[in-house]
Design a protein around this ligand. Sequence first.
Ligand code: GLU
Length: 459
Amino acid sequence: MASQTGAIVQRSLDALLEDPSFLPEVQGNSRIQAFTSLAAILSTPNQIHKAFLRIPLENGNVVRIPAYRVQHNNTLGPYKGGIRFHESVNEEEVTNLAALMTLKNALHDVPFGGGKGGVAINPRDYSVKELHLISTKYVQYFSDSLGPDKDIPAPDVGTGDREMDWMTAEYKSIRPGKPYRGSFTGKSVVNGGSLGRREATGKGVYFTFRYMLHDFLEEQSKWLDGKENIFAQTALAHKDRLLKIAVQGFGNVGSIAALEAYQDNHLHTKVIAVSDRNVTLYNEEGLDIPTLLDFATGNRGDLPVTEEQLGICGVKASILDREEVLYLETDVLILAALEDQVHKDNVDKIQARILVEGANAPVTGDADKILNDKGIIVIPDILANAGGVIVSYFEWLQGRETQFYSEDEVFRLLFQKMQTTLDTILPQYFGDPYSLRQNCYIHAVMKLSTVLHRQGKLY
Ligand code: GLU
């Protein structure tokens, strides 16, 4: 587990060890032993599978591509987590992301464990035929470890319903006669996917932010007003104000979160900037997000990069460097690109007072501490971006029953589940000195530890 996740898990265990209401029946030396066992179990993955996929390219060359499936923990259910196609994929990164899935599922009471997969390629460098081959080979190499009750992959960075459909078909042909609908989630709707799965992560990210700043504050502002807590003060300072929002990343998560912000009729918001791998687009008056989304959909996902392209779609914006989105004068910054975007060398340039992690691990441990010390609210990945895996769970259930929910029903259930978590976590956060991330980890570790204890795994 990478140091940041591991360190926060350890701090959570330290806090729980000192909490007399947690596992009160385990005392004295057995308590120390149980907590030492927990640290050992949670800091290491159960299994790391690695393969070098043999891929004949269309130009006749044969290449070997590193591929991984890390199964971190299955205490709460089958391993669950995406498969990413990205050139920076490596064993350490996939292992850390798998650990985050364990914590994310535990936090939101999703009955799955944590896993993650990755293939070290830039998918833009490969033809559709080659990507199909990479996807099917991935399933061939790892099929023994996968399955609807064992380990259920889903899309992640660089993959989507196309890859999940290919992989499901390959799984079905390798395991004929076995249930296959629940073997992968994030499939296309026509192929047994769930309505709303594609938008689920972005919608959940924005819901989390809106619920905190609107619904929760509306209900709790009196209670919060009396609090010395710096985060409560930051939240209250942003209540009932026009909020400027900048969004880093315009993929599946960022574009939907930006659209939700644009359409929000609970809070008073304007999206002043969006960015992608090429560019930041900025307009102090607010950007026309639906038009940008239409443009990107017809342009392989990319935002306009020239005045001419902006002219064609009729959007008014200044064109800035892609990194500039991080440093703009804004109230809210939604980080929906990749990990390690805000780190110790650039954290002082961040002007936003509320950061929302749409991607996994976009803020490093050092930067997180600096932001929290300044009273900046950082809504962490495992809280904010769980919409994807929550709707994956609904997809898995629908596939078992072959009964499908309407899109409205999916979003109703999604928001209900996220709200249940938020109603548990937010009062603690605004009442104690821990960061929101630490609170979420404590909650997730508490759940995992209780179940491990009850299963007799700590002796
Ligand atoms: N890749 C997504 C995540 O990081 C979704 C995982 C899933 O649906 O299993 O949460």
